[in-house]
Design a protein around this ligand. Sequence first.
Ligand code: RAM
Length: 969
Amino acid sequence: MTNLTVEAVTCEYRKNPLGMDIKRPRISWKIQSDLRGTMQKAYQIQVAVHQEDFHETIWDTGIVQSDESIQIEYNGPQLESRTRYFYRIKIWDNHDRESDWSETAWWETSLFSSEEWKAEWITPDPKQLDLHSEAAFLLRKEFTLKTGISSARVYGTGVGLYELFLNGGRVGEDLLAPGWTSYHKRLQYQTYDITEQLQVGTNAIGIVLADGWYKGNLVREDHRNIYGDTRAAKLQLHVTYHDGTEEIIVTDPTWKAATGPILFSEIYHGQTYDARLEKEGWSQSHFHDEDWEDTIIPDMPITKLVAQENVPVRVTEVLKPMESFVTPAGDTVLDMGQNMVGRIRFQVRAPKGTRIVLTHAEVLDKEGNIYFGNLKFAKQKVEYIAKGEGIETFAPNFTFQGFRYVKIEGYPGQENGLPLDHFIGEVIHSDMESTGTFECSDPLVNRLQQNIVWGQRGNFLDVPIDCPQRSERLGWTADAQVFIQTALFNYHGGPFFTKWLRDLQADQLPDGNVPFVIPNVEGGKGSAAWGDAATIIPWTVYQTYGDKRLLSDQYDSMKAWVEYIRRQGKNEFLWNTGFHFGDWLALDAKENSFVGATPKDLIATVFYAYSTRILRDAAKVLEKADDVEEYSILLNHIIEQFNQEFVSPAGRLVSPTQTAHIIALMFDMVDGKAKERTAYELNELIMLNDYHLNTGFVGTPYICFALSKGGYHETAVKLLMKDDYPSWLYQVKKGATTVWEHWDSIKPDGSFWSDQMNSFNHYAYGSIGNWMYKVIAGLDMDATSPAYKKIKIEPKFAGISFTSAKAIHESMYGKIVSSWQLTNDQVAVEVVVPPNTTADILLPKAKLVDVYEGDELLVTGDIYSFIETSEGVKVTVGSGSYQFTYPNEEGLRPRFTENTKIIDFLDHQEAVAVLEKVAPGITKPPALFTTKARSLKELVEIGEANLTEDKVKEIMEEINQLEWEEVLV
Ligand code: RAM
């Protein structure tokens, strides 16, 4: 019996989504098969309402002959509000098998029309309670329910931020709800199933309301009330009884209001909580609220409510502190061991009125003191005033902190050391599904990957923010744009970016210009590589998930951006006017400037072309023939003008910067001789800079791609493996646990880049992750078949200074693995291809007759197509797991460098033999094999090998010239 099953059934990217207002949701599934080469031949979807047995369906596709298994739009009768739809899927495959029905899944609709909102906005009566009070408001209401409750939902929202309570317990686990959108144009509401939390008889519901992004301090010092000056809530609770009747409880002026223990709470600044002011039982029935104030219906500037689009923000992990210590300045500091974003939860037994203060920071300065300088005016301060009743537990809400270190004041007995087990770090971010891992034989590169992932976690907080610590934390467009491909390898970003793009569209200006930050609270707009988020992000989401609807929804916005650019230049085909950030933070900037040396009009024109190309490709996908033609012609003109303006007749780029060369190559602005020359010059520029980059936000994401693509892959690898300033691994060696904003956020002498703008958790330079997945591990897709329907596996290990790499990506079709390993005599490539996809695999430098797949010679196996080329063997396979092995030709041996981890390069015996041969007496096993002693360089650094730098170089050369066979016999 063979096995074919339908699994991981999702609707709009989510498993059993509750409360969606999408009228034609899309269904996707993954296939499991124990036979190789499985392709779906047909599918059947059934949808039923109110029942799980599918006796009566409202939509049955019948057997549809199709290989489509993702993003299939519901096409049955019009859906109704507040209804649960059950669905299941069955498939047939090319091996003549029929699967069972999938497990039954569901989605539930929310409120489709604004008329269904019966609730009013409410806020405390300003005559009784100061609406501008910093204290969070409590709103409450009691209501009575009959027996026979069958189900209940609450639809709720608020501005700034709200949390819901029912009968004394919290509703849901979401934090920072309703999330951050362009509030005046669209505000999200959340849906919760509260059936289990209700009781027959009296119930009580409570709302806590704080400032948040809506009216708290944002962007500039003392700059508040950006969206409005009134906090308010709106909520509607529907109770359905077994007899079919329904009851609705809504917010209206019968609700009561008060303030409670939260005296202050803001995104940047933290929270002040006086536990003595807790109102015990306030969200339970029979609470005495006679002295509470009234509520009124305020005028609200909100025009549209939309159901939650993004995955919620939640606590996703809990960290234990690594240690605590007293700094030279005398502060007691907790070290979380990881630069994290979220909050501290602590426990304390303290006399009433004890004030415990936690101040959060990312790093210690070179003297070892906690450093707050880079936070600008964000206070990141949490104050707790104890009520003095037994053990008290506390964690702040409506705020988040970016920190590794926490200065603790006032904790009872802290002079004798902090009780570490009374503190935990709760990591908070948009709770996206993790979809990728990258690992290789180099521990520093692995740490870099971890840092990239932590950077993503810390900054994907409902909106892709630039940094989580200082008084900024805004949705900067370039940061999101340069990082998105890396981001979508690591985590599922479908709902996350769908929501953000709707805000981009909402905040885009009538002339097509795009604000610097989305949601737009900053005011600035335009700039090449920033506004281009409007085209790059929808296109990348489309490519990764096959999301044609998003592409179509964003199409007008994409086109408006390109047309905006088109009107800017002094010449229609060049973008040579206006404000640009340029190659932001590049190291070739003039003293005291943030802007790199690459001419802004060159960068702008390249991005003009890049956006136009994307628009043309989107028009192709959406079958807009006129636009395909229009933008193909426009693209050609831009490229032509670029060459006239920026490339000499002999093919030399006018701007001798790394970034100019990188983007010209990356975005196909040069061709033929000019292309060759650009690649050559780029390599020269980097060589002359001792294999160091000097690029900023614009050049860095593509530097290694441009080199690998241009024929200089070894240089790309050298750049990644550099660990002195400036480089990715320099930060890692300096102890970074997230990615820094500046190459020199911490300088080699331990001092900091200026206080003014120095984030230690900025994901932009983490965009190298994309190249690590795609080029080093070789996991990529054929761009003509989005969502990895056609996978491209092309590991590139030649010249690499490590011996293995492995990338896993959970795609819409299922898990893809690309993994390779080099040993002295063998190359092993392992590939996993999910059902209903195919993969083109390149086995570099392999000869057809030598390649095994599993135990069988490839040529005799059942792999269905292969061919030998000058690059190696190309195999096309269907789904399944494949283990390819072939002899390791000498050309594949990685070069031994001072950074090569010796025991990865050579096994134990070989290492001793080789080192004894080239430098008798230098090894002191077992030191060589401890985890610390990873490379020759480090052996020297930790004093295990008494060698000069020159001698190390000599040894490396010798090792690389060795006749291996001679040594190893
Ligand atoms: C900084 C932000 C962001 C960048 C802008 C131009 O303030 O941190 O990273 O995009 O400047």
